[in-house]
Each structure stands twice: as structure tokens, then as C-alpha cells.
Design a protein around this ligand. Structure first.
Ligand code: CA
Length: 308
């Protein structure tokens, strides 16, 4: 079914590109981030509390590990001084902030491909992806791509090349539609993450469908801006980094490669209902991020995959 959908999208892309040369089309396409900032929300840090347990009831404990030696590449609006938008810096805080950060000593590298409005061209995104391919150590690296845009064979090809080397985690998108209609979320080799809220319901904005591999909190997520001030945001942009952080956590916990850790996180996560999640794999159950602070041996050598 997934292959069929991808082919249909490919046909649509081919038809659309008849009018305009492919290269010009690639340059016209805009990629970016969508998200909202909120003033009010549920209990502070609910998302970080939520992910280290299988079900919704919070226990007050948040996962945290050093993550030293793990490199996290955030292909986004930059981090800190070079980030004139704020999106990339907020994501960074989910990794390394002193109270909410999940892998406080991980090495987070900002790869700036989006401008102050959170927008970049397909070529900008491809250039950032290629830079990571050339500079990252695949065994200890994870890539966060909380961005998306129209279907693009060239964006997909670059991201696929990266995802064959190291885990690439992509936001499913916030159009409340089929994630298979956006790049790079539709790429089979990446881990595409949709957003759930604190009552285990699909966030109203979250994309869904067969291209979604995993669900994680993405609704009223607490973190910090680049000046260290409290900030609360919603979007699949903030679901993806929780999966990235969990992969880094498990790579440190088990002393394994990041690719092995991605598989382990996938195996150790929950299968549970997400209200209006429209999960097609098991019809009623979705794969929901569950970061186990202790390894669960029965699942270590299982072989399901985000590719299935
Ligand atoms: Ca907890």
C-alpha cells in the first residue's frame, strides 16, 4: 500500500514537472517549519515525563543520560547566535537543557538551511544533507529534520543517501493530512514521527498515514529559547527530537551504534491506540515512543523495522 501511494505521488510529480524543467522546479520549491508557541499547557515537561513509560499516566520522572560521544545534527534554522528564527534553538534545548534535556552532554551540531522565517529552498536542504554526509561519523550520529515541503525526488534522494548511513528522524508535518504527500517525510528509509497529545490522541495538526513510523508527544512541549527563557511549542517539529534524543539515550545506555540504537528504540516502544491516529499497520495500534531507561532483553534481537 505504501509503495502504491509513493508511486501515485511520483506520478503526480512527473505530471507536474512536465510544465517546468526539473531543475527549475527544484529551485522553486520551499521547505520549512510550521509550529506554534503557546502560553498555557498541561503539567510542565509532560512530554519528557511521558516518553519513559508505556502509557499516559505521568510518574514525575523524566529520562536523562549523558549522551557524551553522540553527535546530533539538527538540519534547521541554526542554533544559538546564528538562529534568527528560534526553531532550531528550541529543539536543541530538548537535548541539552539542564532540567528538561534528555542527553545533556551530547554534541549538538546546528546545520543551518532555513532562514529567519523558517524557510529554505530544496537546494538549501540538499546542501545541508550533503554536508552531514561528508562530515558526520555514521556510527555515533543521528540527524534531526523537523522540516518539510512539497514532494521532491531530489530532496528524497539526498535524504535517502543520508538515512542509509545513520538514523534520520523527520517530522511528519502539520497539515493534518497524509504524510506521504511531503518530502522528506515520505522517504521510506527515514523515521517519520507524528504528534500525539497528553490524552493519547493525534494532535489536530499532525499528519498521519502509512509513511508515519512512530508517534511521540508534540503538543505543548516545554523547552527553552536561545536565551534560556521558558518556551512552549506545538508541532511534529518537536515530536521528532524526542525520538532523536531517545536514540541517543539508548546508544549511550547500551554502548551501540546509533543505527542499532534506532532499531532498539523501535523494538522497545509501545504498540497502543492513538485516538484518530489512523494507523494502518495494525489497524488499531500505533507505534508510540517508549524510551526504556533499562534495556528490555526480550526485544533486543527482534527484527521489526521502521522500513516495514
Ligand atoms: Ca515518566
Amino acid at each position: 500500500m505504501r509503495k502504491l501511494l509513493v508511486s501515485l505521488v511520483a506520478i503526480a510529480v512527473m505530471m507536474a514537472s512536465l510544465a517546468v524543467p526539473a531543475e527549475a522546479k527544484t529551485k522553486q520549491k520551499k521547505y520549512g517549519v510550521t509550529y506554534t508557541w503557546q502560553q498555557f499547557g498541561p503539567i510542565f515537561g509532560w512530554a519528557q515525563d511521558r516518553i519513559n513509560q508505556p502509557f499516559g499516566r505521568l510518574d514525575g520522572r523524566k529520562p536523562s543520560i549523558s549522551g557524551s560521544g553522540i553527535d546530533i545534527y539538527v538540519i534547521d534554522t541554526g542554533i544559538g547566535d546564528e538562529d534568527c528564527n528560534g526553531h532550531g534553538s528550541f529543539i536543541n534545548s530538548l537535548f541539552v537543557s539542564s532540567d528538561l534535556g534528555i542527553v545533556k552532554e551530547a554534541n549538538v551540531v546546528g546545520v543551518k538551511v532555513l532562514n529567519c522565517n523558517g524557510v529554505g529552498s530544496a537546494q538549501d536542504v540538499i546542501d545541508g544533507v550533503m554536508w552531514v554526509i561528508e562530515n558526520a561519523d555514521p556510527s555515533s550520529s543521528i540527524v534531526n529534520m523537523s522540516l518539510g515541503g512539497p514532494p521532491s525526488a531530489s530532496v528524497d534522494a539526498a535524504v535517502r543517501e543520508l538515512a542509509l548511513l545513520m538514523p534520520v528522524v523527520v517530522a511528519a508535518g502539520n497539515e493534518a493530512s497524509n504524510a506521504c504527500n511531503t518530502s522528506p517525510a515520505r522517504v521510506a528509509e527515514v523515521i517519520t514521527v507524528a504528534s500525539m497529545n497528553y490524552v493519547n490522541m493525534r494532535s489536530s495538526f499532525s499528519n498521519w498515514g502509512p509513511c508515519v513510523d512512530m508517534w511521540a508527544p508534540g503538543d505543548k512541549i516545554d523547552g527553552y529559547d536561545k536565551l534560556g527563557e521558558d518556551q512552549r511549542g506545538s508541532g511534529t517539529s518537536f515530536s521528532a527530537p524526542l525520538v532523536v534524543a531517545s536514540i541517543a539515550f539508548v546508544a549511550d545506555r547500551d554502548n551501540i551504534t546509533t543505527m542499532q540504537a534506532a532499531q532498539t528504540v523501535f523494538n522497545e516502544s509501545s504498540n497502543m491506540p492513538i485516538i484518530d491516529g489512523r494507523c494502518t499497520a495494525g489497524l488499531v495500534r500505533c507505534k508510540v515512543l517508549f524510551l526504556r531507561e533499562e534495556p528490555y532483553e526480550w526485544l533486543r534481537n527482534d527484527s521489526p523495522s521502521w522500513l516495514q
